[in-house]
Design a binder for this molecule. Structure first.
Ligand SMILES: *Cc1c(COP(=O)(O)O)cnc(C)c1O
Length: 385
């Protein structure tokens, strides 16, 4: 097997699917230093500009002085600090749920929730464009998996009606990570209620960004928290730190603590990360100007891009992809932009469906109008429409 790896890697290169990493030599920001040069970046998920916020850094340092670096063990052994506990309580209050439970990453939160609540007698209904961690979570649970076409609630309804499973689980991204569009949450809530199914929403890209108060897609659609019994939020995006949480009922959270393997069998995130996240939660909740600024940058970009004739996806979020199509051309545009000191990642299959390779532009509240003007001018120079 291993003797074939070289050949397979070569094959990837000829298909323009080979991935490489860029080395960051500065904090995450809209102007990071990458491979030794300062660039203007449009590819971070640090939507609110909190990853390098001085107050968040200060909280992190103070907690490191008090708690050290490593948490030393899993939450159920001796790794669950007062900072973790306080963050969970504050997240529950912010979201408006009974409880919240921290996980070390969003990927693990998704694996942990789905495999704790589903088994081989369950049926899981997933949007085709759900995040990889949600697809993997369903696989790990051994449930029967049904993937409905993107946003197609009619198809989902029929599949639910046809299902004979007792435990039916509908899972969707809130904001789709590669397209930036929103799940039809009202319809999903109704379908779950009418078909005796459980709804789980992964709002990794919505929390902090959507809704006046930043509570995410549930606030955006003015729904009640109870209508989404299992809500996942991640901390590595808008919060600018690391980790994830599940928000839900007392019974859900207690069940996860007892049964969720990716919660039980892993080291707790460092206490200082929890402390830093408490500060970023406070900033995220209080400083609504960050969300307003994002909306204004997004509006400026969409107006400019459509005037230039670019095809945009119907997205109100900071994720604004420009579909190119072929992997080779997408990679080529991304490289040309980098020559002009603009960093935008080329997203190719299998991350996105065949023939939909794209430049995934993302915005941060710390971008300026001049940054967006520059982006539009450079895109126009390198992109054949
Ligand atoms: C980023 C992301 C995750 C994974 O979260 P991590 O904390 O980075 O592991 C899960 N779901 C979605 C939709 C995401 O975009």
């Amino acid at each position: 097997m291993l003797d074939k790896l070289g050949l397979q890697l070569e094959q990837r290169k000829t298909e323009h699917l080979y991935r490489t990493r860029k080395v960051l030599e500065s904090p995450q920001s809209v102007e990071p230093i990458i491979n030794g040069k300062k660039v203007l970046s449009f590819c971070s998920n640090d939507y609110l500009g909190l990853a390098n916020h001085p107050d968040v850094i200060k909280s992190f340092k103070q907690a490191a002085d008090k708690y050290g670096v490593g948490s030393g063990s899993a939450h159920l052994v001796s790794g669950h600090s007062a900072e973790h506990h306080a963050l969970e309580e504050e997240l529950a209050v912010f979201i408006g749920s009974e409880r919240a439970l921290l996980f070390s990453t969003g990927y693990m939160a998704n694996l942990g929730v789905v495999s704790a609540l589903c088994d081989r007698h369950s049926e899981i209904f997933e949007d085709k464009l759900n995040h990889a961690s949600l697809l993997d979570a369903a696989l790990l649970s051994r449930a029967k998996r049904i993937r409905y076409p993107h946003l197609d609630t009619n198809n989902l309804q029929q599949r639910l009606i046809d299902s004979e499973a007792v435990n039916k689980f509908i899972i969707s991204d809130g904001v789709f990570s590669m397209d930036g569009d929103l799940a039809p949450l009202n319809e999903l809530v109704n379908l779950a209620e009418n078909n005796n199914a459980t709804l789980m929403i992964d709002d990794a890209h919505g929390i902090g960004v959507l809704g006046k108060k930043g509570k995410g897609i549930i606030e955006h659609f003015e729904l009640d928290n109870k209508q989404v019994p299992a809500l996942i939020g991640t901390l590595g995006k808008s919060f600018g730190t690391a980790g994830a949480f599940v928000a839900g009922s007392e019974e859900l959270i207690e069940t996860l603590i007892q049964k969720s393997r990716s919660y039980i069998f892993t080291t707790a995130m460092p206490a200082a990360i929890a402390a830093a996240t408490r500060k970023s939660l406070q900033i995220l909740a209080e400083e609504s100007w960050r969300r307003e600024k994002l909306q204004s940058l997004i509006g400026q970009f969409r107006k400019g891009a459509s005037e230039l004739g670019f095809e945009l996806i119907d997205s109100i979020t900071p994720i604004q992809p420009i579909i190119i199509g072929a992997s080779e051309q997408t990679l080529n545009r991304s490289e040309k932009l980098l020559e002009k000191n603009i960093l935008i990642s080329a997203i190719r299959p299998p991350t996105v469906p065949e023939g939909t390779a794209r430049l995934r532009v993302t915005f941060s509240a710390t971008h300026t109008e001049e940054h967006v003007d520059k982006l539009l001018a450079m895109l126009n120079e390198v992109t054949i429409k």
